[in-house]
Design a protein around this ligand. Structure first.
Ligand code: SF4
Length: 334
């Protein structure tokens, strides 16, 4: 058997083992992430097979709104909202009625979850108080899963959010533990893990992923996926770097679409039963191959705009799902 045939022969048995409940190990994940170009379609076929096995035709749609934009004291090198860099993002606070209007617009878009996001290290108690009525109103209406992404959380704040009716908390690891110091210097990987643990302890579902294409190695991508599996998070947003002028990453190349799809497939093999959600940068990175994200194993995506960049039209996304004979997931469960 030549080397290529031997490599090809590995993908199907790994996929079958995943469906039988065995976990992919680090060496297998690295192999999947680096199968040669001529074997990618086979990789996508099996990633799609795993997605269909666990989720059928349902695709979850998630909408977000920025309640506080820019002015952040942290120095995440990819971020347009950091006060360390000169970007063209204007600091802004949303009024409460604007946030409620955004939640209702998300319901109309058939989003199954709606996230309120704030820039900054953490929210002050006063800002928590200010946002509380929005969370409790959305939760009481019960029409969409209520999510929050408010930076670092104490145990008490996590419990408070749960009591308000918030059911999901987003806090990304961004990259591997090894590569994290190249991305941020104002907080640590363990700071992020502490917030994820606090949210889980309070009963919140955790949405936690990262950004691909920030100069990390294939091993870093695999280590991020394995760290998320160890943390047992519920939903994994995968963003692709959209280089923002003024940030230290402004000149970074945009990831090749096939490399991005191969990364999605690796995540599906490592996290077969978890929601894999394609988020920021999908339009820039995948271009005409956006519909392939589901063939590569994703079962969720963002709909509408991102925090500081525009998404494509919701009509285009619904047409994409209809053409693929996939359906928006109406359930509020992760
Ligand atoms: S990613 Fe979040 S914490 Fe980091 S600079 Fe941007 S807003 Fe601040």
């Amino acid at each position: 058997m030549d080397q290529l045939t031997a490599q090809s022969a590995k993908i199907a048995p790994i996929a079958q083992a995943v469906i039988d409940g065995r976990q992919v190990d680090r060496e297998e994940a690295l192999y999947l992430l680096q199968v040669p170009p001529e074997k990618r379609y086979e990789l996508f076929y099996w990633a799609n097979h795993i997605r269909q096995h666990y989720f059928g035709p349902k695709i979850s749609l998630c909408a977000i709104v920025s309640a506080r934009t820019a002015g952040c004291p942290e120095d995440c090198r990819f971020c347009a909202q950091s006060a360390h860099y000169s970007t063209n993002i204007i600091p802004h606070f949303c009024e409460l009625d604007e946030l409620l209007a955004a939640a209702r617009a998300a319901q109309e878009l058939q989003a199954h979850s709606f996230g309120i996001v704030t820039s900054g290290r953490r929210l002050s108690d006063a800002d928590f108080e200010r946002l509380s009525p929005v969370f409790s109103t959305i939760a009481q209406e019960g029409k969409i899963e209520c999510c929050a992404s408010l930076g670092f959380l104490s145990a008490q704040q996590a419990q408070y959010l749960y009591a308000l009716g918030v059911r999901r908390y987003n806090h990304n690891l961004e990259t591997s533990r090894n590569y994290f110091p190249q991305i941020v210097s104002t907080h640590t990987y363990d700071d992020r893990i502490a917030t994820i643990r606090a949210a889980q302890k309070a009963g919140l579902h955790v949405c936690c992923g990262g950004i691909i294409g920030m100069g990390e190695s294939p091993a870093d991508r695999v280590d991020l996926a394995l760290a998320l599996r160890d943390l047992d998070v519920d939903s994994v947003p995968i963003n692709f770097l959209h280089p923002i002028p003024g940030t230290p990453m402004e000149k970074y190349p945009i990831l090749a679409p096939m490399t991005a799809l191969q990364t999605i497939a690796m995540f599906r093999f490592v996290l077969p039963e978890k929601q894999i959600k394609i988020a920021g940068g999908r339009e820039k990175c995948l271009r005409d191959l956006q519909s392939w994200m589901f063939f590569a194993g994703a079962n969720a995506t963002m709909i509408g705009n991102y925090l500081t960049t525009k998404g494509r039209s919701a009509a285009d996304d619904f047409q994409m799902l209809a053409d693929l004979e996939l359906e928006p997931n109406k359930s509020k469960a992760p």
